[in-house]
Design a protein around this ligand. Structure first.
Ligand code: NOJ
Length: 535
């Protein structure tokens, strides 16, 4: 039996009173465009997700994170929001959203939604009003407009690069410039203006009143800009997509951002059992921890495993840092291997079978850890990143970088559900918004569901065990001594052991009964590129 939303928190595995439903939860990120298309236009939609809830229940996940489905011209595929309190017709309407939430809840699946407070679309009515209004007007004060530098103001106000390439400033006809840390179609909002915060409160309440269980907050380390907008210094690395590679980057992680999170938290606290997770790309455990203090975000996306190679020492260090950071402020760690912004991990870890074997191993590592797991749709099928032809690329990064960076489309290719192509049951139409590789027949849900050796079967078993096996009790882990190229940890209260072998040779298994293995075990040994659970 799964707890249903609204019931008291599931304390099955909790060893401390007062834990909340998101503790030990497996979230599943639905990239809405790419999950399932119900109306045949080749783009995923809300009805498509609803039609596949049975699959998600079978997979065993506890909660969804839906990427933005709000009204948008789709310059950044929905992260450019023109109306945050309505559904884009491409994805459905508010009634479809309500049906999705109701059906998910009736299956015991919680629903969290994306929130994009750092910027709006340039088609948002506020920005259109700002363009029509004069410099210095109230309308311009909702965004970050400035006069340019140089005698005639023809130089941008500072030297900030945009995350997607090119300068972070664009000029409007009367000569002023506006800031956009991402695409020019995504003007940054001015968080020093109380109107901006008030509007976000409205958006939060709008969706909370509709029954959402929480939010994923986009660029949660952004929003606040220091008033003097200082130049970035020498040696600054730009053009790194969403990664934040600089120790000192005036565009992000300004201290004023914490006041914004405290305000968001106050609204959430008016509603029982709701949560927020922030996208936080910052340097250092302390900077990270500040975002998940008790009166700010409940959870922070931790990208340490995303940034880690398939190497036992690095994996161990990533885990240690992640746990240490949040423990200082009493928050839970989160774990993620892939999302819609990074190269899929099956590809990051190696080509073909090697990547698959390592992805299986890392799935067991991730799902053995205490705290909160975020899966990205398709990873449970072992989907690789796709090398798309130039003509198919749609990510703004491609054009903004002068076609030097291919962008993130390769990890956003639609889900293969069944059959041998061409659209693998993703849509009833004939084409999909990104082309699907025609050799994905063996990766479909249909092909994997009944195959006990498939990636999907591994995920299903692992998620089920995570929820039911007593070995997962407690919040602490301890490390075992392990041979070179290996690491092994144990859940301190429950006793489950997870061992990972990233070396080239088989190693002896730690003592215990095998609960689940990512690869066949022989002669009491764990093969290379594999992980095992023992109890
Ligand atoms: C982070 C999102 O995950 C990414 O997809 C988006 O492009 C940027 N924020 C801008 O909203």
């Amino acid at each position: 039996m799964r707890p249903s939303p609204g019931s008291s928190p599931d304390t099955e595995h909790a060893d401390a009173p007062g834990t909340f439903w998101w503790n030990n939860t497996v979230f599943y990120q639905v990239y809405v465009r790419s999950f399932a298309d119900a109306n045949g236009d080749g783009v995923g939609d809300l009805e498509g997700i609803r039609a596949r809830l049975g699959y998600l229940e079978l997979l065993g996940i506890d909660a969804l994170w839906l990427t933005p489905f709000y009204r948008s011209p789709m310059a950044d595929h929905g992260y450019d929001v023109a109306d945050p309190r309505d559904v884009d017709p491409l994805f459905g309407d508010l009634a479809a959203f309500d049906r999705l939430v109701a059906d998910a809840h009736s299956r015991g699946i919680r629903v969290t939604v994306d929130l994009v407070p750092n910027h709006s679309s340039d088609q948002h009515e506020w920005f259109q009003e700002a363009l029509r209004a004069a410099p210095g007007s109230r309308e311009r004060e909702r965004y970050v407009f400035r006069d340019g530098r140089g005698a005639d103001g023809s130089e941008p106000p500072n030297n900030w690069p945009s995350i997607f390439g090119g300068p972070a400033w664009s000029r409007v006809p009367d000569g002023q410039w506006y800031l956009h840390l991402f695409a020019p179609e995504q003007p940054d909002l001015n968080w020093a203006n109380p109107e901006v915060a008030e509007d976000l409160d409205r958006t939060l309440r709008f969706w909370l009143d509709r029954g959402v269980d929480g939010f994923r907050i986009d660029v949660a380390h952004g929003m606040a800009k220091s008033a003097d907008l200082p130049d970035v210094g020498d040696g600054f690395i730009s053009g790194t997509a969403v990664l934040h590679d600089n120790d000192n980057d005036p565009r992000f992680d300004n201290d004023e951002v914490h006041e914004i999170h405290r305000r968001i938290r106050k609204v959430l606290d008016e509603y029982p059992d709701r949560m927020a997770v922030g996208e936080i790309w910052v340097k250092g455990d302390d900077r990270f921890a500040a975002y998940v203090r008790p009166d700010e975000l409940h959870l922070g996306f931790n990208f340490r495993l995303v940034e880690t190679e398939f190497d036992a020492e690095q994996v161990r260090s990533a885990i240690d840092h992640s746990i240490a950071a949040v423990r200082t402020v009493g928050a839970l760690p989160t774990w993620t291997l892939s999302n819609h912004d990074v190269v899929r991990h099956a590809t990051r870890y190696g080509d073909g079978e090697l990547g698959q074997a390592r992805a299986r191993a890392m799935a067991l590592v991730e799902l053995a850890l205490p705290g909160v797991v975020y899966l990205y749709n398709g990873e449970e099928l072992g989907l690789p990143n796709v090398d798309l032809p130039d003509w198919a690329l749609q990510d703004p990064v491609w054009e903004r970088s002068g076609r030097t960076e291919r962008g993130r489309d390769g990890c956003r290719v639609p889900m293969p559900w069944e059959g041998d192509g061409p659209t693998f049951g993703f849509t009833t139409g004939e084409t999909t918004w990104l082309p699907m590789p025609q050799d994905w027949g063996s990766l479909t849900v249909e092909a994997q569901l009944e195959d006990p050796g498939s990636m999907l079967s591994l995920y299903r078993q692992a998620i089920e065990l995570r929820r039911t096996h007593p070995g997962f009790a407690g919040e602490e882990i301890e490390w075992y001594g392990a041979p070179e190229g290996c690491c092994a940890f144990r859940r301190r209260s429950g006793g489950l052991i997870c061992a990972l072998n990233t070396s080239d040779a088989p190693v002896p298994l730690p003592p215990g009964e095998v609960v689940l293995a990512s690869a066949p075990l022989a002669d009491g040994e764990l093969p290379p590129n594999a992980a095992v659970w023992l109890a």
